[in-house]
Ligand binder design. Structure first.
Ligand SMILES: Cc1cc2nc3c(=O)[nH]c(=O)nc-3n(C[C@H](O)[C@H](O)[C@H](O)COP(=O)(O)OP(=O)(O)OC[C@H]3O[C@@H](n4cnc5c(N)ncnc54)[C@H](O)[C@@H]3O)c2cc1C
Length: 504
């Protein structure tokens, strides 16, 4: 005889057995109760019975400190983040999100939201509060005819793009595939396609949002338009997004890959690329990556460890034009390696994944540039040559095209008119002293800050930067508008584990 037990009944039974001392929960002892950090930074004590009542309402599972899965459940991409949540909820569905938000709100508990777990700042993991993990919610509905996809918040771009490509469709995603949809999109979103299809958030056309009250609302261009405006760049400030609807575009094969030049040719290479992009079609997207060449089998061994500037090229247009327009980028001088060819977009989007796997420590800081001159190139080359780690990278993403056709306040995400977004990505193995790496990052960033616009992309704000820096992610007008929307949808600032916007 097969006995079928619903997960909720199983949790209930397990909890009762645990209370009776028949099972080890791996969590706090039955008499001690549970402690959670509150949103004010105090400690809230809950009885085990209180917590059990909450658990019984969930379809997903809860992991408590001491459980065998606890350490892997709290780990995220950046190994520098060592936060210990009071409990981790693995949501299975929107109802689980609603119950978790209500439970946290009723008890004043700090709540963090984890989707793809790739935010380097570690906002996803509350240190002492409740961590809501959405990574099990991975379903999606694709409507190829309507060029729309409706995705659950635990999806990564690897799954999203694999699905889209089956129908020859895509939209702007990041330059690696493991990143989660919500963190990327709600923060703004640049990648291989932003010059062609706009920012990631420009293609977000609707969302379901669980508010601090537990109410589920829809945001679209017809309903709660202000909320949709805020979600396009304002991050996770307004509620837990339980569904994201995107506009897709026809795209299958791209002419894409990497062209390597020695870093001591940066003056010539950078100047050429900068000017070439001025008149290039939106179909051409180029990032410049500055680093020590990785020990990749695709590169000659004598190149490994040498300072290089790498052009990461994506062409989304037709074949003949693409071959003609991309060719000069490989002819600035003799390249060290030329790895550009026609390939499927999803394959290209996975091409850099290996260099950005987890289990490394990371510190990122960034900004925007309106000018790109010879002094700047000299300074970039100097810092990259003296990098504290062979894994670190300085990236410049050329903006413009469709990305820049949006007005500065058309979405919360801005600015739109800058020439480049830059990010210093410092990366070192677990166990190494972080001080030299942080010092290198800070010195490099100070030198960039003297030349940049003062603004910053929310997804590139440094883990240790002051909170005042958050304002720099928005124009003054957008920031005030975001505060008003925050007051309406999250007046008590329950969703504060993020690039936080305080209610106006
Ligand atoms: C290797 C790597 C490559 C990257 N490449 C790019 C790139 O090419 N372009 C680019 O623009 N960015 C890039 N990023 C930055 C990335 O977009 C951000 O770090 C983003 O926040 C990661 O999203 P996530 O869902 O994986 O992160 P998480 O850490 O899970 O979430 C980050 C934050 O987003 C909010 N959030 C997440 N889910 C929800 C939700 N459902 N509802 C409400 N709020 C939510 C929360 O505040 C959460 O703390 C990259 C990051 C990494 C690590």
């Amino acid at each position: 005889m097969v006995i079928q037990m619903r997960r909720r009944d199983f949790v209930f039974l397990s909890a009762n057995m645990a209370a009776a001392g028949l099972l080890g929960t791996g969590g706090a002892s039955a008499s001690a109760g549970m402690r959670f950090k509150t949103i004010d930074g105090d400690t809230s004590r809950l009885s085990n019975a209180q917590f059990r009542r909450f658990e019984q309402q969930l379809d997903g599972r809860v992991i408590q400190p001491g459980a065998p899965a606890y350490d892997s459940a709290r780990a995220i991409w950046n190994a520098r983040i060592d936060h210990t949540p009071g409990a981790i909820v693995h949501a299975e569905n929107t109802s689980d999100i609603v119950q978790t938000v209500r439970f946290a709100a009723d008890n004043g508990i700090e709540l963090s939201i984890r989707a793809g777990g790739h935010n380097h700042s570690g906002f996803a993991v509350s240190d002492g509060g409740l961590m809501l993990d959405l990574s099990r919610m991975r379903s999606a509905d694709l409507s190829a005819n309507h060029k729309r996809i409706s995705a659950a918040p635990g999806m990564t771009f690897a799954e999203f793009d694999a699905l889209g490509q089956q129908a020859g469709l895509a939209t702007t995603g990041p330059i690696v595939s493991m990143v989660g949809l919500p963190g990327y999109t709600l923060g703004g979103g640049i990648g291989w396609l932003h010059r062609k299809f706009g920012a990631g958030c420009d293609n977000l056309i609707g969302a379901d949002v669980v508010l601090a009250s537990g109410e589920v609302v829809q945001a679209s261009e017809r309903e709660n338009e202000e909320l949709l405006w805020a979600l396009r760049g304002g991050g996770g400030n307004f509620g837990v997004v339980s569904r994201l609807d995107y506009r897709l575009h026809r795209l299958s094969n791209v002419l894409a890959g990497l062209i390597f030049y020695p870093l001591d040719a940066l003056e010539t290479v950078g100047k050429f690329v900068d000017g070439y992009l001025d008149d290039a079609p939106d179909d051409l997207n180029v990032w410049m990556l500055h680093r020590l060449a990785p020990p990749s089998p695709a590169l000659p061994t004598d190149l490994h460890g040498k300072p290089v500037v790498i052009l990461a090229v994506t062409w989304t247009g037709g074949k003949a034009e693409g071959d003609r327009i991309v060719a000069p980028l490989a002819e600035i001088q003799q390249p060290l390696a030329h790895l550009v060819h026609w390939r499927n977009y999803a394959e290209w989007q996975r091409a850099l994944d290996g260099a950005w796997a987890d289990d490394f420590c990371n510190e990122w800081v960034g900004g925007y540039l309106d000018t790109y001159d010879s002094n700047l190139r000299t300074s970039i080359a100097k810092f990259v040559e003296s990098a504290s780690s062979p894994y670190s990278d300085f990236k410049l993403a050329r903006l413009g095209g469709e990305f820049a056709r949006m007005g500065p306040e058309d979405t919360a995400f801005g600015p739109r008119s800058s020439r480049y977004a830059y990010v210093i990505q410092t990366r070192w193995p677990v166990g190494e002293h972080e001080q030299p790496h942080l010092e290198w990052t800070q010195a490099f960033h100070r030198s960039m800050r003297a030349r940049d616009t003062g603004k910053v992309y929310a997804n590139f704000i440094g883990k240790d930067e002051p909170r005042e820096r958050f304002r720099d992610a928005y124009s003054a007008a957008s920031y005030e508008r975001l505060r008003r929307i925050k007051s309406e949808f999250d007046p008590h600032n329950m969703f504060r584990q993020n690039v936080n916007i305080e209610p106006g």
